[in-house]
Design a protein around this ligand. Sequence first.
Ligand SMILES: [Zn+2]
Length: 305
Amino acid sequence: MDEILTILGQLFSPQGAFTVCLLMALILYIRVLRRMSAKARAILAITPDKLVKDKLSDTELDRYSRHIILREIGGQGQSKLRKARVLVVGAGGLGSPVLSYLAAAGVGVIGVIDDDIVSLSNLQRQVLFDEDQLDTPKVFCAQAKLKKLNPFVEILPFNRRLNKLDAETLFCDFDLIIDGTDNFATRQLVNSACVKLKKPLILGAIAQWEGQVSVFNVTQSSPCYACVFPTEPASGLAPDCASAGVMGALPGIIGSMMAAEAIKQITGAGKILSNQMLIFDILHSDVHKININKNSECQVCKGTL
Ligand SMILES: [Zn+2]
């Protein structure tokens, strides 16, 4: 008891009060140091990708290494892909491979517009989707799958049918437009907006066993889609997949070609299918490449349509 009283007496003496204050200040100082250290650790935990905006991180260099070692792409081409903004119209048979390969390739921002939901009959060829996604809007299913494929890319889903106003406002935000829709009216709408806004357009089409792909509006002198197809084909000449059928792997082939044209267009690698159209007849394993030219009478190019 005497010892306790002695300690208390010392604590309440002027020297004791000074020692207590010193101890409290020391404890406070250690706490502040610990907090600063925790903040520093949190900053260091941020991946280099978030800290370094213009340089490919070590993770990206590894992820895209097979691109980067290609002389025609290299690190510079891969950086161009990361800066690119591409809009894909239609998330169906063609949209599935286009979106998958663009996301895997590291295209920085990918927009996708479609108003459809996933249905059972889609799964024979639209490999981006699965049975768990039935009756769910395709653009949101695509967004979820593509983010899992490559978290480095940003996916912008637009769950609606494209209209004229949308086309002209939405297309402004993208460098390149890719059309994988299955009807003439939408293709014409997409093409007109691309011509008006001077955006290159990669367009693919499929039916039964045949598909085609081309790149339009690349320069002032290259043809637009309406230069080649000014009017809607007669009913029965260009049937859609729902009424005429389509072999499941065909959209995979044509859609992959479209993605390849996009990667070449963005990186500047090789020669794109401008002024040319590639036609695949998968049933007979025939491939044709034809030249297409700007039509001086094209109403879309003249701006009168
Ligand atoms: Zn034209």
